[in-house]
Each structure stands twice: as C-alpha cells, then as structure tokens.
Design a protein around this ligand. Structure first.
Ligand code: ADP
Ligand code: MG
Length: 337
C-alpha cells in the first residue's frame, strides 16, 4: 500500500507525520500537475485536504478525487464524504432525503418563487450563501423588505464570496477581544484594496437564494466530528450580540459541555451516508432538541487538539487530549473496504 498525499497544510502535515511514524509508504504529489493521474500509477490511495477558500481547489478537487476513486483507488475525501462539501444547498437535499434533523431550510431558483414565499413566511430568517465558512456568508434577515432586497441582489449582480469590509470588521472585533494583534487589523485594511486571489477568481454567487428558519436563543453551537468509529466535539460561543458561533474563536472543550444526543445523531448520519470524516454544526430548538445547520468533511485541525477525549460508536468515552484524528484518516486508507 502506497499513499499519495497532496501537501496543503491542514490535515496533510499530520497525515505525513503519521506515515513517517508508522513506516507507511507514501509520496508527496502535486494535485495541480496536469499529469497527476499518471503520477498516481504506483499508488493505491490519494489524500487531499482541499479547501473552500482556494479557488483552484474549488475548480477540480472533487473531480480529481472521484476520478481516482472510480479507478479503484482509495481516496480521502471519498465521494460520499466530499460531494456536498461547501455546498449547503446540496446538504439540504441530502439531509432531508435521509430524514436527518436539519433546521427547516428553503431554496428558490427564481425571484418570483422566492418573493411568493417571503410574502407568506415569518421573520426573522437566516440567509446563507451555499459556500463559505466561519459564518462569513451567514446573516440574519429581520423583515420581508430585507429579504426581498437580498433576492433582488441574488438574481442580478449576485454576492461576492468575500467581502473586504466584513473581513476587516471581524479582525477589529478579534483585536478588541485581545485575540489578534494590530498587524492583523492592518492586513485587513490592505485587504480592502488588494483582494485575495480567491476573491478575484471566484464568480459571484447568484441565481438562487437559500434561507433557514432562525433558531433563536442559542448562545453557542456544537460542532461534532465523526472520523470512522470515533467522535469528538467542541462548544463554540456566539460572538457578542450576534447569533453566529462559527469563526468566533471562543471554544469550550469540556466533555460535560457536549450534549451526547448530538454525538449519537452525528454517528447515525455518518453511518447512513458512509462518510469517512464529517463535522456537523448543531443548534437547539425551543424544546431543547438538537438540529443540524450544516456539515463539512474538512475543518481546522488545531481547534480539536484540546478536546478532553473522544467517544466510540457505543458512546464509550476515552480520555486524553491530542488524539491523532488525522492518523485515523490514514488508517482508513489502509483498510480493505
Ligand atoms: N438556522 C440557524 N439558526 C440559528 N443559528 C444559526 C442558524 N444557522 C447558523 N447559525 C449560527 O451561525 C453560525 C454559522 O452558520 P453555518 O451555517 O455553520 O455557516 P459556516 O459555514 O459559515 O460555519 C453557526 O455556527 C451557528 O452558530
Ligand atoms: Mg458552520
């Protein structure tokens, strides 16, 4: 068994460490090379932590991974884990189709249909672009008028995936909380003028609108990750005077803070979908029932290093920080299934 790894930070550094430590045969490949398929000839598996904020990855990561999977090689992420990555609209259909507890979600592909719905639904609602992370493309819509303005934009010029102002505001917020330095804020100012490559290359999001029911009174969300037979989680506090937790940077790691019903749901959904790795975001409705808001095969690695431990499938608990969940991903490549 030889594993090809595209080195891109994120999971990949840890995959490489795991291979080195356990004498697993691997080679580094460059997924962007045109002859990548040929380079894979002497390998049995391919692992790539592709990222939603890299425009090149968005162009072909899924296509390359699925092509290699079709040729009989093991890949990470495989089709079941990856096809709906950074696609909340895809996730809506998927989670509805398996009766998973998704927050009630609505999508429209014409402004007429969207307006009809806006006229008869209640507000506030949560508006989201299908892609993006760290709550960058998620906002609360208080009124019909606001919602119609968004619909207008969605079916005219569309929405940029990246907003320099939003980005700067977030840096200033973190600076005020002592979570970043002044250099980071200045970088944000520069970013107003010099857009990141991703912002320049990504087409505007348009031609659809996506809303969810707003689930009020959540001061945090829960992120539960399932990798193979293991699950772990964190609680993420919402930003001050804001309903959004992800990307806020206030994390709680204690086991006692994680509702095990979410762990059970996460295992069940991952089983049904046969996914290798999946992070689920949960909020709680007025009856205290957990609801999924979105899911993702990829996530920031460092965020989980301080988890107090992890669960197995029977919800037995294993204490200890710094468990190697990226190593578990490599182990899965070595299995014959
Ligand atoms: N329907 C909702 N009701 C209440 N809060 C929500 C809802 N959807 C998202 N949130 C909050 O907003 C945050 C960002 O939303 P999410 O869909 O996870 O987008 P992202 O991909 O940017 O993380 C979540 O972490 C959660 O705190
Ligand atoms: Mg999220």
């Amino acid at each position: 068994m030889k594993i090809a790894i595209h080195k891109s930070g994120g999971f990949s550094e840890r995959w490489i460490n795991y291979c080195q430590k356990n004498s697993i045969d691997y080679k580094i490949v460059n997924a962007y090379d045109s002859d990548i398929i040929k380079q894979m000839a002497d390998c049995d598996a391919f692992m790539w932590h592709h990222h939603q904020a890299n425009y090149k990855d968005c162009l072909f990561a899924k296509q390359l991974l699925f092509s290699l999977q079709q040729s009989g090689k093991k890949v990470f992420p495989n089709y079941n884990s990856g096809w709906h990555f950074d696609d909340k609209v895809g996730q809506k259909y998927l989670l509805e189709s398996i009766n998973a507890p998704l927050v009630p979600s609505y999508v429209f592909y014409t402004s007429e249909e969207a307006r009809k719905w806006i006229d008869k639904t209640t507000f506030p609602k949560v508006f989201k672009l299908r892609g993006g992370a760290g709550a960058a493309n998620v906002m609360l819509v208080h009124t019909r008028r606001e919602a119609k303005k968004l619909v207008c934009k969605a079916f005219r010029g569309g929405f940029p995936q990246y907003s320099g102002w939003r980005n700067l505001k977030e840096r200033i917020r973190k600076y005020r909380l002592g979570k970043t330095d002044i250099k980071d804020v200045l970088k944000g100012v520069v970013r107003l003028l010099v857009k990141p490559e991703f912002a320049k290359m990504h087409a505007p999001e348009k031609g659809y609108v996506y809303f969810q029911d707003f689930i009020p009174n959540n001061t945090c969300d829960l992120r539960i990750v399932v990798v193979g037979n293991h699950a772990f989680g964190i609680k993420r506090l919402c930003r001050e005077n804001d309903f959004r937790a992800s990307g806020g940077g206030s994390l709680i790691y204690e086991k006692s803070q994680i509702d095990e019903r979410c762990v059970k749901i996460a295992f069940d959904v991952s089983d049904t979908l046969h996914s290798q790795s999946m992070g689920y975001d949960f909020v709680f409705d007025h009856n205290g029932n957990p609801l999924i808001v979105e899911m993702s095969y990829g996530y920031a690695v460092e965020a989980y290093d301080k988890c107090e431990g992890y669960w197995d499938r029977e919800l037995n608990w294993y204490s200890g920080e710094n468990f190697d969940f990226c190593g578990w991903m490599v182990e899965d490549m070595l299995l014959n299934n």
